[in-house]
Design a protein around this ligand. Structure first.
Ligand SMILES: [Fe+2]
Length: 220
């Protein structure tokens, strides 16, 4: 009887431990373009470090926090992990979106052709140029590190520009375009001149991806 219990207990524990391990494995998604493909607007050095080191650190932190959360036995222990989950989880979500948000100029980056997104931008901001100027101004004004967003507000059915501090993900709106304004995103190339980075990034914004997100958001 004892041996029967053991033989059933082992696979159950193993299965449960494998299931737990699988749930914690987030990974950095591969880029759709080479590291140097966004030059001269974003250097290969920035892209390489940003993708392989910074994003990886958020993924590693998220996996560790989720594993610790599953093992935490008291509400207090779980609460202690909230900030690590938010910071690393937000970092993973934001950067995953950011890579898709960019495209080489040779692959259509920077081109906003006529369609539902352009029409909505013109409706809500007056013109594409006015929108870019407003988004850059609000993003540059973030104190410390954070993200500037073009988001779709499902309550007003409008596009709005919002910012989030640190690695907080955008929860109040559906993210359409996100700009990383952490120093690791621009400092090696643009030093302290944030406006130059913000001006350059529009040459490699993937408006096709942004329009896809916008259309999905308006259909939900
Ligand atoms: Fe970043």
């Amino acid at each position: 009887m004892l041996s029967l219990t053991r033989s059933f207990a082992r696979p159950t524990r193993l299965a449960s431990s494998l299931a737990r391990a699988a749930a914690f494995i987030h990974t950095v998604p591969p880029l759709d373009y080479p590291y140097d493909a966004l030059e001269p607007h974003i250097s290969a050095e920035i892209m390489t470090l940003h993708h392989t080191k910074h994003h990886q650190a958020y993924v590693t932190g998220l996996n560790a926090a989720e594993e610790a959360f599953a093992k935490a036995e008291t509400p207090k222990d779980k609460i202690k992990l909230q900030s690590a989950l938010k910071f690393n989880g937000g970092g993973h979500i934001n950067h995953t979106l950011f890579w898709k948000n960019l495209a080489p100029t040779s692959a259509g980056g920077g081109k906003l052709t006529g369609g539902p997104l352009k029409a909505a931008i013109e409706r809500d901001f007056g013109s594409v140029e006015a929108f870019k100027t407003k988004m850059n101004t609000k993003t540059a004004a973030i104190q410390g590190s954070g993200w500037g967003w073009l988001g779709y507000n499902p309550d007003t059915s409008k596009l709005e520009i919002v910012t989030t501090p640190n690695q907080d993900p955008l929860l109040s709106h559906v993210p359409i375009i996100g700009i990383d304004i952490w120093e690791h995103a621009f400092y090696l190339q643009y030093k302290n001149v944030k406006p130059e980075y913000l001006k350059a990034i529009w040459n490699v914004v993937n408006f096709q991806e942004a329009e896809k997100r916008f259309v999905e958001a308006t259909q939900n």
